[in-house]
Design a protein around this ligand. Structure first.
Ligand SMILES: Nc1ncnc2c1ncn2[C@@H]1O[C@H](COP(=O)(O)OP(=O)(O)OP(=O)(O)O)[C@@H](O)[C@H]1O
Ligand SMILES: [Mg+2]
Length: 328
């Protein structure tokens, strides 16, 4: 401009063009942190999913299993932990049997349930339902054959009916059958909108005990071959306990295999077998009357040795030193 080679206007125009041209570079340097973080996140995801195998593709669908459940030398070591949560679990439950699982807090009862339903993969060993490994089974196909009531009930946003039907296409007959089997048909009808009552994530419209019983109906939906109940009566009152025993009796008649984690001896009235877990290992497993023998009033021991038995798990825990019969 000073030498008169360009006009002042051209100088201003050049300055504007220059700032436009450099804008993307300026933006890139500003976003650099985000870019680095995104690259790191992508690398983390790749690493995380590297060990996950795809279960898709064509495969032969298995028929409905007959309900025998077996644990074959199962170990479970959560990632990052040094000691296994479950070790050397070896047991067999026949179709239609009811097996009660007892043991102190942290013994691995809930972990055993998650392995039984194929939600978690054993670090070593196999869990088989009707002879087939539950973890290898296509989850979409295995789901209808299994009922699972987790310790922490997690109903999803939707109606009561949708929750019981596991968000599958609504089959009213099957929903009502599951509700009646769980003994909650009348309870559902007493809700503001019956089966159409909306369940919100943190709604207080439905109490904890009611949620647990709705989740029980969900686990019984479609008449599964195996039902796993993780402390089903944790939030229930006495009436709920009695209803639970009735449910177990109905399942026994239907020939459903049941695993029930419980701290109540009364819940074992329908049990064929009892499994006592301690520190992730089997402390005792076998027919109920052998494992919890002191509960039977017929067994009269000298008064000094006899223990009070009603409503307590003490007797079961007293035999925890007993060896697993199959191990012997
Ligand atoms: N994924 C995991 N990562 C780390 N630790 C785990 C994992 N799963 C289970 N554990 C540990 O394993 C132990 C057993 O847990 P689990 O929930 O099976 O016990 P539980 O017998 O069901 O106890 P409770 O009677 O209190 O429900 C606990 O000490 C728990 O911290
Ligand atoms: Mg538990």
């Amino acid at each position: 401009v000073l030498l008169g080679e360009i006009t002042a206007g051209a100088m201003i125009a050049a300055s504007i063009v220059m700032s436009r041209a450099l804008a993307p570079i300026e933006r890139a340097t500003g976003a650099w942190r985000g870019l680095v973080a995104a690259r790191q996140a992508r690398a983390n995801l790749k690493e995380l999913f590297a060990g996950v195998e795809s279960r898709g593709g064509e495969h032969v669908s298995l028929p409905r299993p007959e309900g025998s459940l077996s644990f074959e030398n199962v170990f479970y070591l959560p990632p990052g932990l040094e000691h296994p949560v479950l070790s050397g679990i070896d047991l067999e439950i026949e179709p239609g049997e009811n097996c009660a699982v007892v043991g102190p807090s942290g013994a691995g009862k809930s972990t055993l349930c998650r392995l039984a339903v194929g939600a978690w993969q054993p670090t070593r060993g196999h869990v088989r339902l009707g002879g087939a490994d539950v973890y290898d089974w296509d989850p979409e196909e295995l789901g209808p054959h299994i009922g699972y009531l987790p310790q922490l009930v997690d109903l999803l946003p939707g109606t009561v009916g949708q929750n019981i039907a596991r968000f599958q296409a609504l089959n009213s007959e099957a929903v009502i059958r599951a509700a009646k089997l769980a003994g909650i048909h009348e309870l559902v009808l007493s809700l503001p909108d019956g089966y159409e009552t909306e369940i919100a994530l943190h709604s207080r419209r439905i109490s904890l005990g009611q949620r647990q019983r709705l989740a029980l109906a969900r686990s019984l939906y479609g008449n599964p071959a195996l039902v796993v109940l993780d402390e089903p009566n944790a939030n229930m009152d006495e009436a709920g306990d009695r209803a639970m025993i009735e449910v177990l009796t109905r399942l026994k008649k239907l020939g459903t295999t049941v695993i029930i984690v419980t701290h109540h001896v009364s819940m074992m009235s329908c049990s064929d077998k009892v499994l006592v877990l301690k520190e992730g290992a089997i402390a005792a497993f076998g027919p109920r009357d052998q494992v919890i023998r002191p509960v039977r009033p017929v067994e009269t021991k000298p008064a000094t040795q006899a223990q009070p038995v009603t409503g307590s798990l003490q007797p079961a825990m007293a035999v925890r030193g007993k060896r697993h019969p199959t191990a012997e």
